[in-house]
Structure formats: structure tokens, C-alpha cells
Design a protein around this ligand. Structure first.
Ligand code: NAD
Length: 330
């Protein structure tokens, strides 16, 4: 039997990426929805054949506990709501897949981990790049070190956000908006997975060229210090299109450009190797691997702890920038 997934929140990422990917998965399928928008229900029901008994709203979501069709709730909501609905899902006895960033405070992440442990359900964070084959090669190179030991790293991800009418939650702090939470976790996570180390200090600075439109960080620069003097120079932005990971080593370098993209990431290294993009569906691959971890009762690839580690660093990034770029020990 395939693992049954209920998507919680039917916005852009659920509609355009996850639901289509769930038509391609081998080990899981879309069986339920949780939404606060009644107008979306008939559209999703007719498109994906979802029966009435598998449709919930945010108030009735806890009743999913008695629904054997659903094994997993996948939280695809504004960032500051991840905690509340992860805990509702866990207490209903369902495994939880939660989108990145895991939450907006480390304390929230810890509560999510505790709730999932207590209810003996798996918690996995939607860092799809960690499942992606070219990214996995970069991760393995941190261990095989084909160019000797790592010396420095650069990681950047962002895009030019037009801002629209300024009302979207990603432009407001209360719901966990801002470049750092939205795109900044990609370079942050990449700096950690490409070194296979944890940073020991961080310093950061925020720039906002459109303060009337952006009530959140528009561009965040952060430098992570890793053991052995390795520095990762990182940047995220809603002001420009940036997408690059470069690792410099003793006797060579390698890079991904783009470092994160639904259409595949690719790159090259100083010895002339080309990393050809994986052209399969990244979300389907991620969800199939996470479904297999449930079926086989194995450790998930990206557990809650991995999301928590990033959010602890994000908190330090905000603290540093609020203190004039002061170096913060981690
Ligand atoms: P979105 O705004 O398009 O969708 C959010 C959904 O939440 C909407 O359907 C909205 O109606 C619903 N919602 C419920 N309560 C709400 C409230 N109080 N205020 C506002 N909306 C509310 O956002 P999205 O781009 O789909 O992002 C959702 C999550 O998915 C975010 O955590 C985001 O970081 C993540 N995401 C991940 C990826 C990835 O590649 N892994 C890509 C895009 C988004």
C-alpha cells in the first residue's frame, strides 16, 4: 500500500509543485487536503479524486486521527504556522512532512520535535535539495575531498521579488516572511551540507532598499565561520537573482550554478568535470524517499533536528545584524 499524504495549505507550492509530483510518486500518493478556502475544495476534489471524507479545514484537522487513508500530513503553510499544524498532525498520530524553513524560532522547532517524538511519528523537513543527486555528490565530496581540504565557500540564493501589492505574507514578519526565511535557508543549509560541519560563529548585515514595500529583510549577508578557519560567505535576497554555490579547496574548486532550481542544478569543477543536472522531478524523489523511510521504519534523510540547526543560526544572524554585524558565537 502506498503512503497516503494530506496536503495542509493549498497555495502555490502545493498546487503547482507538490500535488503534480504526487501523481508521479511510487511510494506515496495524494489522498487528502486541509484548507481554509472552501472555493478550492471542488477544484482539488475533481482534479485529484479526493473523497469528501478526506477533506478538512484547520478547525477540523485534528479529526484526521481517525482517518486510516492518511499516513502523513504535509505542512505547506506560511512559515510561522508550521509549528501549530505540525503539532496538530503529530497529536493526531500522523507522520509530519514540514516545509522549509522548519519554523520561525528555535523554540518552535524544539516543540515540534518533542511533539513528534512523544507521538512516535516521523518528522522530516522539506529540504528537497538534500535529496537531489547532484547536490548529494557535492555532499559526498565534503568527505572524499578530491581537491584536498576545504578552504572557503560561497553560497547565494535569491530572486528579484516585485513585491506585488505588498500584502503577501512573505513580505511581513508576523507570518515569517523575509528573504532569510524564504531563500536564505538554501545557502545556509548548503554551507552546512557542503562542509559537513557546523559553524562556530556568524556575523550578518541586512539591507533594505525598498522599506516601504518590505517590512522584512530584503537582502541578508551572513558570514559563517567553520572549524579549521573555513569561512562561508553567504547572501540571500529579494532584490536580485542569485543562485550559486562554490567550494574552494587546497588544490582546486567545484561549483553549482544554479545551486537550487526545480529544473535541475548543475556545475563543474577545476579539473574539467561537468555535473550534469538531474532532470527528474525533485519533489517526487524527496517524497518517495521520505515515504520509504516510513514504510521501512528507517531514519529520515532530513529530520527535524536539521531544520532546528538552521533556525538557531538564523536567530543568530538576526541578532548579529541588529547589533551592527557583531560576531555571534554559535
Ligand atoms: P502561498 O502563500 O502560495 O501558500 C500558503 C497557503 O497557506 C495559501 O493557500 C494560504 O491560503 C494558506 N494560509 C493558511 N492560513 C494562512 C494565513 N493565516 N495567512 C496566509 N495564508 C494562509 O505560499 P507557498 O509559496 O506555497 O509557501 C508555503 C510554504 O512552502 C512556505 O513554508 C514556503 O517556504 C514553502 N515552500 C517551499 C518550497 C521548496 O522548494 N521547498 C517552494 C515554495 C514554498
Amino acid at each position: 500500500r502506498k503512503i497516503g499524504v494530506a496536503l495542509v495549505g493549498l497555495g502555490y507550492y502545493s498546487r503547482d509543485l507538490l500535488a503534480p509530483a504526487l501523481q508521479l510518486t511510487e511510494h506515496c500518493e495524494l489522498r487528502g487536503i486541509v484548507t481554509g478556502s472552501p472555493d478550492k475544495i471542488p477544484v482539488w476534489q475533481s482534479k485529484y479524486g479526493i473523497p469528501d471524507k478526506n477533506v478538512y479545514n484547520y478547525e477540523s484537522m485534528h479529526q484526521i486521527s481517525s482517518n486510516d487513508d492518511i499516513d502523513v500530513v504535509y505542512i505547506v503553510l506560511p512559515n510561522s504556522l508550521h509549528k501549530k499544524y505540525t503539532i496538530i498532525g503529530a497529536e493526531a498520530g500522523k507522520h509530519v512532512w514540514c516545509e522549509k524553513p522548519m519554523a520561525t524560532t528555535a523554540k518552535d522547532c524544539e516543540e515540534m520535535i518533542t511533539a513528534c517524538k512523544k507521538n512516535k511519528v516521523q518528522l522530516t523537513i522539506g529540504y528537497r535539495m538534500q535529496h537531489e543527486p547532484v547536490t548529494r555528490k557535492i555532499i559526498s565530496m565534503a568527505k572524499s575531498m578530491p581537491f584536498g581540504s576545504l578552504e572557503k565557500l560561497k553560497a547565494e540564493a535569491g530572486f528579484r521579488h516585485g513585491g506585488g501589492d505588498g500584502t503577501h505574507w512573505k513580505l511581513h514578519p508576523e507570518l515569517g516572511g523575509g528573504a532569510m526565511f524564504d531563500m536564505g535557508v538554501y545557502p545556509l543549509n548548503a554551507a552546512r551540507y557542503a562542509t559537513q560541519m557546523e559553524p562556530i560563529s556568524v556575523s550578518a548585515r541586512i539591507e533594505n532598499s525598498r522599506p516601504d514595500l518590505f517590512k522584512v529583510d530584503e537582502t541578508t549577508y551572513f558570514d559563517l565561520e567553520f572549524p579549521k578557519g573555513i569561512i562561508a560567505t553567504c547572501k540571500t535576497s529579494f532584490a536580485e537573482n542569485i543562485n550559486h554555490l562554490r567550494v574552494d579547496c587546497q588544490s582546486g574548486w567545484y561549483e553549482l550554478k544554479p545551486m537550487q532550481s526545480y529544473r535541475g542544478v548543475g556545475g563543474k569543477s577545476s579539473d574539467g568535470q561537468i555535473f550534469e543536472p538531474f532532470l527528474g522531478n525533485q519533489q517526487a524523489r524527496q517524497m518517495d524517499e521520505d515515504a520509504l523511510a516510513i514504510i521501512q521504519k528507517t531514519q529520515v534523510l532530513v529530520p527535524g533536528d536539521e531544520g532546528l540547526k538552521d533556525i538557531r543560526i538564523v536567530e543568530a544572524i538576526f541578532r548579529s545584524s541588529a547589533n551592527g554585524g557583531k560576531q555571534i558565537s554559535l
